[in-house]
Design a protein around this ligand. Structure first.
Ligand SMILES: Cc1ncc(COP(=O)(O)O)c(C=O)c1O
Length: 428
């Protein structure tokens, strides 16, 4: 364990840790997953695209594929260069999972995939699938009647609940979502509008997961989506890497050792950034450098990987309270398997103050007219933080993974913006 970094973590001082377990990528060792697993997930999503198109007409334009664009953010980069006092080596891009269709966050990738996979299993067991028809048949009454006999259970800080709740309710499942204390009121209200049973907890995320797991264990007709331990979620997130490869090619960006790809991923329990990082490594190998970002009060993945204790350690064990404005990242104990699976392929980890999230939120609107939620800004300064740590790093493409925002009600977002605006004003 790096004592200086540990002290900074306990003191809630922003810190960057270059992962000493990082290693050259070997596709055939370590993770236990392969590119075939990702491709299988992609094929399943393609099969379901006629259904997605029917249920969510907004996906018509993409043929029922749930995907987000990559955009250059030059104005933001110019401003960041100025306040950071250094020019970023390379161009700054953003991956717009904040506008991912259906539930407006990165959690839609894994959550929706897991529900579709489960629905397919149930339908196959009941010999309900007509192989001559497209999967749009899953929207028909005979499928709904089957799914209505089952309850999907999940625990969430908010966004996974939204993606699981919306998709499950559309298919006809009953849904119980256990929400941690951090979950925003508007996320709970929106789910209730979909007929979802929202169970509110006074405790943090880990306790909400425990409650959900206990509930689901009791009944055979309950299915638990385990955010702390789901390989299906993991592969759903990983599919994004295949799509990103095509998007970068279309944008004329060739990833190579002369133009590496640096990717900055907000991290909560670790499933989304872990799955994406794994997918990226399968696609780009040693030319991609995934970096995870966490709030100063909730650096569970950094702590788990650095200490080697993974889910046997909580941020509370080093005196942190896991309270942050970044609700999606308010996780005190990391996933049971993500840290162990990806510890050799994450280049570095850093922490970020809530105040910085607010400031970035306000400035991204001012410069690029993009509306994100606070958690989604954690990766924004990643390139600058990495460059301070490694001044001789090779110039490359810097991709900030924006992870949520589209569903945030205007008045809620406005308050966050004002907070950021005031903080920026204080600094002149
Ligand atoms: C907006 C946002 N960003 C990032 C994450 C992190 O994902 P994970 O918890 O899988 O690490 C979440 C999780 O809910 C989120 O809501």
């Amino acid at each position: 364990m790096n004592d200086a970094v540990l002290k900074h973590l306990s003191d809630k001082v922003e810190v960057f840790w270059l992962n000493d377990k990082y290693d050259t990528y070997d596709q055939y060792a370590g993770s236990g997953f392969t590119i075939d697993d990702i491709q299988e997930a992609e094929q399943r999503l393609l099969k379901f695209s006629p259904l997605i198109k029917r249920l969510f007409p907004r996906t018509e334009g993409s043929g029922g594929i749930i995907e987000s664009p990559v955009e250059k953010i030059e104005n933001m980069q110019r401003w960041l260069n100025e306040i950071e006092g250094q020019d970023l080596k390379g161009a700054l891009y953003i991956k717009r999972d904040d506008i991912l269709p259906i539930s407006g966050s990165v959690k839609a990738r894994g959550g929706i995939y897991e529900i579709l996979k489960y629905a397919e299993e149930l339908a196959a067991e009941s010999a309900l699938i007509n192989e001559k028809q497209s999967y749009a048949q899953f929207a028909s009454e005979r499928f709904r009647a089957l799914f209505n006999r089952y309850t999907i259970v999940c625990a969430s800080t908010g966004n996974l609940g939204l993606s699981i709740g919306i998709m499950s309710a559309e298919l006809g499942f009953k849904v119980d979502i256990h929400m941690s204390v951090d979950a925003k009121a508007w996320k709970k209200a929106l789910l209730r509008d979909y007929g979802v049973n929202v169970i509110e907890h006074e405790d943090d995320y880990s306790k909400a997961v425990e409650a959900g797991r206990d509930e689901a264990m009791k009944r055979k007709d309950f299915y638990f989506v385990d955010d702390e331990d789901s390989e299906t979620l993991f592969l759903g997130y990983a599919v994004s890497a295949l799509r990103l490869e095509n998007q970068l090619t279309e944008a004329g960006i060739e990833v190579s050792s002369d133009n590496p790809l640096y990717v900055y991923l907000p991290c909560g329990v670790g499933g989304a950034p872990g799955g994406i990082a794994f997918g990226l490594k399968e696609v780009f190998g040693d030319n991609v450098y995934p970096v995870f970002a966490e709030p100063v009060n909730s650096p569970c993945m950094l702590l788990g990987v650095m200490s080697g204790k993974h889910d046997d350690i909580s941020v509370r064990d080093i005196g942190l309270d896991n309270v942050t404005i970044a609700d999606g990242l308010a996780v005190g104990r990391p996933s049971k398997f993500i840290g162990r699976t990806v510890e050799k392929l994450v280049y570095g980890f850093y922490t970020v103050q809530d105040a910085s999230l607010y400031e970035m939120l306000a400035k991204l609107w001012d410069t690029e007219k993009m509306k994100l939620e606070p958690s989604a800004l954690a990766g924004m300064t990643g390139g600058y933080r990495l460059q301070k740590e490694q001044p001789d790093m090779v110039s490359g493409t810097h991709l900030v993974w924006s992870t949520g925002g589209d569903m945030v009600p205007e008045d809620v977002w406005q308050k966050d913006y004002e907070q950021g605006f005031e903080l920026l004003k204080e600094q002149g």
